[in-house]
Design a protein around this ligand. Structure first.
Ligand code: PEP
Length: 256
């Protein structure tokens, strides 16, 4: 059996008010005890302190959805990775397609954010994935390869052990349209080969690669059955405790 981590990560995006977020985290805390899977929740910034405190004695980890690259400075309105680490946040999502598209984050900026987060001691969930027109043109592998080369592959193998890759085809995010298990496996296997070529076999065998894009209780098992799909980054379905728990349980069941 491969020893890489199985991860169910919930990206709440800009959803929930504070009391709703605390309720959701509390439901997960009460019901999640399975050690075969690492559960991670990524609430909005305003909830992080409360959720970190609530989950302090649980195995559930807390991620931020974004951060800036610098530890401190004149960057009005932004949040530094050092501030997140200081709160007790474990991980940060970097390069989500909504940050890339809506907030025009570039590969070069994401590279700096990855560096800043790792320097602060945070784990990184690095998102990559192609838009529909790239998939339709059959260029998805070249596209994802470029994203990884420009923002991740400057890291050392040692640094990469603190990174989880999330493959999220943009055409499947929030659309109800999921990549087929074969499509997911094809890209995950490709990403693992790229990492092996750039680093070495043990690095590529040890890194967790998550699938994201309309993961639901009904499709989770078939996605997680794929050999290179090590878990999910879940948006919409992570806002309901029962759905997210069902997805995490499907992941636990896939561990042989
Ligand atoms: C996401 O936001 O990372 C995501 C995959 O969203 P959804 O599950 O809603 O498609």
């Amino acid at each position: 059996m491969m020893d890489r981590k199985r991860i169910a990560a919930g990206n709440w995006k800009m959803h929930t008010l504070l009391n709703e977020g605390i309720l959701l985290a509390g439901q997960l805390e009460q019901q999640w005890h399975d050690e075969r899977v690492d559960m991670i929740v990524a609430p909005p910034f305003t909830h992080l302190d409360a959720v970190v405190r609530l989950l302090r004695n649980s195995p559930i980890q807390v991620a931020a959805q974004n951060c800036y690259s610098e530890p401190a400075g004149a960057y009005t309105g932004d949040i530094s990775p050092v501030m997140l680490a200081d709160l007790g946040v474990d991980q940060v999502i970097i390069g989500h397609s909504e940050r890339r598209e809506i907030f025009a984050e570039t590969d070069a900026l994401l590279r700096e954010k990855v560096n800043g987060a790792l320097s602060a001691g945070l784990g990184v969930i690095f998102c990559c994935g192609e838009p529909l027109e790239i998939r339709e043109a059959g260029q998805q592998q070249t596209y994802v390869q470029g994203q990884l080369e420009r923002s991740l592959f400057h890291l050392t193998a040692d640094q990469l052990t603190q990174v989880v890759v999330a493959y999220e085809p943009i055409w499947a995010i929030g659309t109800g349209k999921t990549a087929s298990p074969d499509q997911a496996q094809e890209m995950h296997g490709f990403i693992r080969i790229l990492i092996e070529q750039q680093y070495d076999h043990s690095t590529s065998a040890g890194i967790s690669i998550l699938y994201g894009g309309s993961v639901k209780p009904g499709n989770a098992a078939e996605l997680f059955a794929q050999p290179d799909v090590d878990g999910g980054l879940v948006g919409g379905a992570s806002l309901k405790a029962d759905d997210f728990l069902a997805i995490a349980n499907a992941l636990a069941d896939s561990v042989s």
